[in-house]
Design a protein around this ligand. Sequence first.
Ligand SMILES: Nc1ncnc2c1ncn2[C@@H]1O[C@H](COP(=O)(O)OP(=O)(O)O)[C@@H](O)[C@H]1O
Ligand SMILES: [Mg+2]
Length: 248
Amino acid sequence: MFRTLFKRLGIEHEVDIQPPEEKFFSGIVGYSDLKKLFMRSIISKEPSHILLTGPPASSKTIFLLQMMKGLDNSYFTDGIGTSGIGMVDYLFEHPSTKYLLIDEIDKMKKNDQVALLNIMETGILSSTKVRKTRQLEMSLWIFATSNSLDDLSKPLKSRFLIFYLPEYKYEEFVEISTKLLKEKYKIEVRTASKVADKVWNELNSKDIRDVLKVGKMAKHEETDLDIDWLIHTYKKYAMREGHETEVI
Ligand SMILES: Nc1ncnc2c1ncn2[C@@H]1O[C@H](COP(=O)(O)OP(=O)(O)O)[C@@H](O)[C@H]1O
Ligand SMILES: [Mg+2]
């Protein structure tokens, strides 16, 4: 009712009708149902754990990054542990951590995986180093990603609610690409959808990162011919031999 009224008054755009999860995950295009589900998990009383899996560039990592940005008491770590201090040590030092965000969990060290399994099972973080055992009771929500599930142990997989993000269809790919190119590089829709189309059809890539790489190079006043030239040149010097999707 109010919407109609505001529309009549011409102030519809000033009304904030965005659901909270859309605001929270505003950097992600689409997946409205999944955003809602994540939000439910975030605000649930009991810890719940979600694992996102699927092909590269299906937005798994941005889900975690958006949570890192929006949640106090969160800790983001990549499975390889490049962030320096080990995950278990970090948690002992920051016992108020509530949301643990693990990118590429399949690459995580085996002993970290065991620690994780324990905490998911018992709510107790424990570690033994040189005959010294430390234990800490924690209420921890775990959100993780993994390109594949092959390297994850069965018990660990069974602790998660697992969601598979399928590859984008052409229309989705173009929609996401155009929104991102507009937001990031102020490229207008017609040019942006041309870049997306060429990346999909000529570079045979379904990776949005490739669109962003080409888009970055395009000039604002880019003509179609220049886009054709950019794509043609990338293609000419692209990696071959089974690396068709890594053309640029
Ligand atoms: N649905 C989407 N909304 C916004 N950006 C997206 C979406 N899907 C992919 N991207 C973009 O594609 C790139 C790869 O996303 P990322 O989350 O790192 O993929 P993954 O972790 O699944 O390999 C990022 O630059 C991201 O901005
Ligand atoms: Mg990723």
